[in-house]
Design a protein around this ligand. Structure first.
Ligand code: ARG
Length: 575
């Protein structure tokens, strides 16, 4: 509990200096208590034992005795097994939670503004988006929202695969389609059909190769065809983005094609640094420390033998652009774990070539797979990747059914609106609520359930609070000025969670893990359920208790709403 640390540290500093300790000896030791029954924060004294030549228990006892007189209502200190534990008092909690309730930003302070570029989603043109694009898209979207909320300039970039040799065959295939009207292209099969023709017809393959040359020389008709293909794909991508309610649109496009013109310059710059080596006709860089299975140096291929450039080359150009034209200082790449080696090599080469210096932070943010109940990569029955659009449509229709069961009186139009929020929210939350490094099992029943760590559970907690106010004809906004008093352990526990919102965002940022925020929100909803079960809110005969409890309800709803929004999930007022 960071706010408690902040209040206690100056008092602790006095005690510690009386013991002859410097801040550097102990400040870093303070952290959140692991056992919450002992306290909120803890100071382990084991490493002080050597310095003070006393046992940790003895030190902890001494600190506790010295402190308890000085803590004046902020917290109570106790000493267990060489730890000093601090538990916030109810009076401290009620003051904190009242301050947060007054604050539009829920106690979340702004960070020093940085320009952060997040590279996410990044599907390939001429293919439909599939379930494999879900994680990058929703994790990247949530990180952008959280970082923006903390006051950063966040630039989302969608590094779509819209250039390269496959476009020769794609354009030729496009020309052979009877109907080249926008709506008539089926992206689910388009790429595969083109590939089949390429592999089976030498004539087609030859034309495709010639088409690549025309594309590379920017022959106008070929560029027109290429643009059409990109546009058709963008209509599809944007449709999925709108369904998913993510922030990406055409303004975020920064596909491989935009770097095409500066690729020769990348080669020149690398060559100026004497980094380019010719290897089997190709131009490559050998970054230090990388070897293949045979222990031979591993090259990063910059220009292939046929003169074409590589995926890595456009990523190097992209770094140059982000540094020199956009002026970003932090680059985040939300891309699957299988591209880890690619990014590590690219970052290393970019640093060595001085494309970016140490003032720039560049991070690959990998994630695990979406798997089926057998632990296999989620796929359709015929082994194809599952279309993201189909999956989202199914989510909404399943949510619609379950709302109809729960609430048969709701109007169809209202149900439709709410089922979008719940269906899409469920899919996103199932993804965001697991540690991104782990695989997770895609399970419809679990993610759409109103029980457990799910979107509907959190959304329902929010809707329930809204309904308390609605039924009593009260405005939630009127409760932000109310002083919250804590009279029982349930109010105390709920307040303890409420003061942790800001810290949960900081943890999400430091670990690049929206999952931390999800864990927090789930805990909040659970704690609210316990509070609501034990503490009657609309207690007519005791106005001050009623107002204080309503203020706790209101703050909980605002925190859930803001938190869910930062995950990119809507929180309906009724369900
Ligand atoms: N389009 C690429 C793919 O589908 C992902 C691009 C990720 N971003 C990047 N800057 N390389 O694998």
């Amino acid at each position: 509990m960071r706010s408690l640390c902040n209040d206690i540290t100056p008092i602790l500093a006095e005690t510690m200096s009386e013991l002859g300790l410097n801040e550097s000896d102990w400040l870093n030791l303070i952290g959140n208590a692991t056992d919450l029954s002992h306290g909120d924060i803890a100071l382990p004294c084991h490493s002080l034992s050597k310095l003070l030549k006393r046992s940790p228990n003895d030190i902890a006892d001494g600190i506790m005795l010295n402190l308890n007189m000085k803590l004046s209502g902020i917290a109570v200190a106790s000493s267990i097994n060489g730890f000093v534990n601090f538990k916030a008092t109810d009076s401290w909690l009620s003051k904190q939670v009242s301050i947060i309730n007054l604050d539009e930003r829920l106690g979340v302070e702004l960070d020093n503004k940085k320009t952060i570029i997040i590279d996410y989603s990044s599907p390939n043109v001429a293919k439909s988006m599939h379930v494999g694009h879900l994680r990058s898209t929703v994790i990247g979207d949530s990180l952008s929202r959280i970082l923006s909320y903390k006051g950063h300039d966040v630039i989302g970039e969608n590094h779509i695969g819209d250039w390269g040799t496959p476009f020769g065959m794609l354009i030729e295939h496009f020309l052979e389609c009877d109907n080249i009207e926008v709506g008539d292209i089926d992206l689910k099969t388009f790429y595969k059909d083109a590939r089949t023709k390429f592999d089976t017809s030498e004539d087609f393959a030859q034309r495709s190769r010639e088409r690549v040359v025309k594309l590379q020389s920017k022959e106008p008709d070929t560029i027109d065809l290429w643009k059409k293909l990109v546009d058709i794909s963008l209509i599809h991508f944007n449709e999925v983005y709108r369904m998913l309610n993510v922030l990406l649109n055409n303004d975020n496009l920064a596909g491989e094609s935009i770097y095409e013109d500066i690729l020769p310059d990348v080669v020149k710059r690398l060559d100026n640094q004497d980094m380019i080596v010719e290897s089997e006709g190709a131009l490559v860089v050998f970054p230090d420390g990388w070897v293949n299975r045979d222990n031979d140096p591993l090259p990063l291929i910059i220009r292939k033998g046929d003169g074409g450039y590589n995926y890595a080359t456009s990523d190097l150009a992209c770094i140059i652009n982000r540094v020199e034209n956009i002026g970003g200082t932090e680059f985040l790449y939300v891309v699957g774990a299988e591209q880890s080696q690619h990014f590590n090599m690219v970052f290393q080469v970019a640093r060595q070539a001085n494309f970016m210096d140490d003032s720039i932070k560049s991070v690959h943010i990998p994630f695990g797979l979406v798997v089926d109940s057998n632990g296999k990569k989620l796929a359709s029955r015929d082994g194809e990747a599952i279309s993201l659009k189909d999956l989202l449509e199914e989510a909404v229709s399943r949510a619609n059914k379950s709302i109809l069961e729960k609430n048969p009186n709701m109007s169809a139009s209202q149900r439709e609106e709410i089922s979008k929020m719940i269906g899409i929210g469920s899919v996103k939350y199932a993804d965001l609520s697991v540690d991104r490094n782990k695989n997770y099992v895609f399970d419809w029943d679990k993610m759409l359930s109103f029980e457990g760590n799910t979107a509907p559970y959190l959304q329902y907690a929010h809707a329930r609070i809204c309904s308390i106010f609605r039924k009593a004809s009260l405005q939630r906004e009127n409760f932000s000025q109310i002083e919250i008093s804590i009279m029982n352990p349930h109010e105390s526990s709920l307040s303890r969670v409420l003061v942790g919102f800001s810290e949960s965002l900081d943890k999400s940022i430091s670990h690049y893990a929206p999952h931390r925020l999800a864990v927090y929100l789930h805990k909040l909803a659970q704690e609210f359920a316990v509070f609501y079960e034990h503490c009657p809110v609309l207690v007519q005969d005791d106005e001050s208790t009623m107002n204080s409890r309503l203020a706790l309800c209101s703050l909980t709803a605002r925190t859930l709403n803001t938190g869910l929004n930062l995950l990119g999930i809507d929180a309906p007022d009724r369900m």
